[in-house]
Design a binder for this molecule. Structure first.
Ligand SMILES: *[C@@H]1O[C@H](CO)[C@@H](O)[C@H](O)[C@H]1NC(C)=O
Ligand SMILES: *[C@@H]1O[C@H](CO)[C@@H](O)[C@H](O)[C@H]1NC(C)=O
Ligand SMILES: CC(=O)N[C@H]1CO[C@H](CO)[C@@H](O)[C@@H]1O
Length: 226
């Protein structure tokens, strides 16, 4: 009887433990847990420079150098993928010389898309090649954005990033940042503190439209201040 009760108590405890364990936030397994996969496009095109600050399971913390980016005006679109395509066409035309000084510029990567929370409006940006950083040609409908050195939490994602994938992966990135990193830091605190000052997240697309699904490298970026 006594033993029976103990077993009952024990199994009750075990099921409690299981319930508690299940209630913990669980990030989907990262596509690339080791991270640090250099997108192939960065061998052909100039990519913005950064310093790797820290790594952890499914994330990287980078410090991007100060740089000039070119951004579209907000684009209303039915989806992020559509907005990225539309924005990319505008920026491509810009670097091909459709600008006020008719300057041709080198292609760069990635194309960054920023969603406006709760709205189907997106901003698409492009890193300006080093040669044109000092004096980026102006163009109708495009804005020059000077980025200060910025901390960014990054998660790499394969395939095509739809709005739903972006939301799931951004949430997974946040969950992964609640865990101690390789250098012993828990980064989520700094990120939550700078919420509101930085955009929620950006999607970096490194692929040309013809890149096979399996070879596509995208990144979810969450900028933050320290
Ligand atoms: C593109 O980059 C190459 C190599 O850095 C450079 O020689 C060339 O002048 C650049 N072209 C333009 C249009 O900026
Ligand atoms: C981890 O890296 C960050 C950024 O360089 C640094 O601020 C922090 O002190 C490091 N933490 C440890 C425990 O080394
Ligand atoms: C998009 C844009 O601003 N295009 C301009 C590029 O430069 C030419 C020539 O000056 C202008 O006609 C375009 O309006």
């Amino acid at each position: 009887m006594e033993t029976g009760l103990t077993i009952l108590k024990l199994s009750f405890c075990i099921s409690l433990v299981v319930v508690v364990a299940c209630a913990q936030p669980q990030a989907p397994a990262p596509w690339n847990p080791s991270m640090g996969m250099r997108p192939g496009t960065c061998d052909r095109y100039e990519c913005p420079a950064y310093t790797l600050v820290d790594t952890g399971y499914g994330f990287e913390i980078r410090m991007y150098d100060s740089a000039v980016w070119m951004s579209t005006a907000p684009i209303p679109a039915p989806s992020m993928t559509q907005a990225t395509k539309t924005g990319f066409q505008r920026l491509l035309s810009y670097i091909k010389g459709n600008n006020k000084s008719k300057t041709k510029m080198n292609m760069t990567a990635p194309v960054m898309t920023q969603a406006t929370p709760g709205k189907s409006i997106y901003t698409v940006s492009f890193y300006v090649a080093k040669k044109n950083q000092e004096n980026p040609p102006r163009a109708n409908g495009l804005h020059v954005k000077q980025w200060k050195p910025t901390y960014v939490a990054v998660r790499q994602v394969g395939g095509y990033v739809t709005d739903d994938v972006a939301k799931t992966e951004a949430a997974a990135l946040m969950t992964s940042l609640t865990v101690v990193s390789n250098n012993g830091t828990v980064w989520i605190g700094a990120i939550e503190k700078s919420k509101g000052k930085s955009p929620e997240f950006l999607i970096a697309d490194y692929n040309s439209p013809s890149t096979q699904t399996t070879a596509r490298v995208n990144e979810i970026l969450v900028p933050f201040n320290m």
